[in-house]
Ligand binder design. Sequence first.
Ligand SMILES: NC(=O)c1ccc[n+]([C@@H]2O[C@H](COP(=O)([O-])OP(=O)(O)OC[C@H]3O[C@@H](n4cnc5c(N)ncnc54)[C@H](O)[C@@H]3O)[C@@H](O)[C@H]2O)c1
Length: 372
Amino acid sequence: MQSAIGVGLIGTGYMGKCHALAWNGVKAVFGDGPRPVLVHLAEVNEELARQKADEFGFAKATGDWRDLIADPDVDVVSVTTPNAFHAEMAIAALEAGKHVWCEKPMAVALADAERMAAAAQASGKVAVLGYNYIQNPLIRQLGTILADGTIGTVNHVRLEMDEDFMADPEALFYWKSEASSGYGALDDFGVHPLSLLQVLFGPVTRVFAHLSKPYADRPTREGPRRAVETFDTASVLFEVGSDISGVMALNRSAWGRKGRIVLQIFGSKGSIVYDQERMNELQLYTASDRSTEQGFRTILAGPQHRPYDRFIPAPGHGLGFNDLKIIECHELLNAISGASARVIDFSTGLIIEQAVHAMFESHRRGGWVICG
Ligand SMILES: NC(=O)c1ccc[n+]([C@@H]2O[C@H](COP(=O)([O-])OP(=O)(O)OC[C@H]3O[C@@H](n4cnc5c(N)ncnc54)[C@H](O)[C@@H]3O)[C@@H](O)[C@H]2O)c1
């Protein structure tokens, strides 16, 4: 095993900071694996790059991400830029012989996602996507409960993802309202619940979707209003695994919802409910309980739900969003070292992208569409 790994980070916004925190924390939390060396950071200009490199602890800074890709001291590249840049940056990094940790969604166009998957395969390098919610120790536990047959045969799944960061009709038009960022809630957003489906049940097989725009236009910084090009809500019927029916509802204009990803799983012997807004709890109902005592019980996250134990030995204290990113970073390092790893790599990521594009095609055509 190599003792150190050189890290490059492109982008320092919301997700860039999460990656920086993960690279800074992963060795302290897990103790094993190579020590990340924060080598090079890229932003849109030299000044911002230098400022963020100092804050995050990176040695070199550049206003041109291609300098970072060309740096021989960089072994792995975090791509945390807006969606439209993912394909170009990830493919360049892979072609330069770097491992890649790229934020979701994979790319805006399906053809770009296909090129990314092909580049990853051709490079022989590790390329994984930022599907952090699959890393929650309680989502792992949920998988164990399903595998143990505790709720019997699963027959129906209901997914909801809601946030309110675009709920205000007067919020400024920005890149997430531009068609260059993708379809909207579906790919920016819906890929997260789809990542949960993928790890728990496998690929979505067919879909029937309807997308909508709560607001036709938004104000711009310059003044005049601009037509919104993306769809902030989506309603989808789907089938997943072997004959499991499902419903998915997405809304990024949902006042009051802050980080809601609700997953309800119904089986022949019970049900499970998970909500990301209460990410340290799992609700389990088993029909075998005495009828006088039936009801959902709350399973609270603790060190018995690995790798919670690596963060803190005390139960009930809870993990947070950035901890999921640290776990994801550790899984990436496992994959790089050749160990088994819980990641969504570019080839599995492509399956999620195919489902997303099938959903848009269904919306366009108005009928069921087969995925893949
Ligand atoms: N995994 C998650 O839960 C999650 C959450 C939010 C966003 N995301 C994803 O992360 C990505 C970034 O989103 P964000 O919310 O961090 O956006 P952001 O706008 O906060 O940050 C993007 C950063 O990229 C920089 N940037 C843009 N073009 C660049 C270029 N050519 N070279 C270098 N830097 C450049 C910007 O200056 C900015 O600092 C998106 O793909 C988004 O979908 C993932």
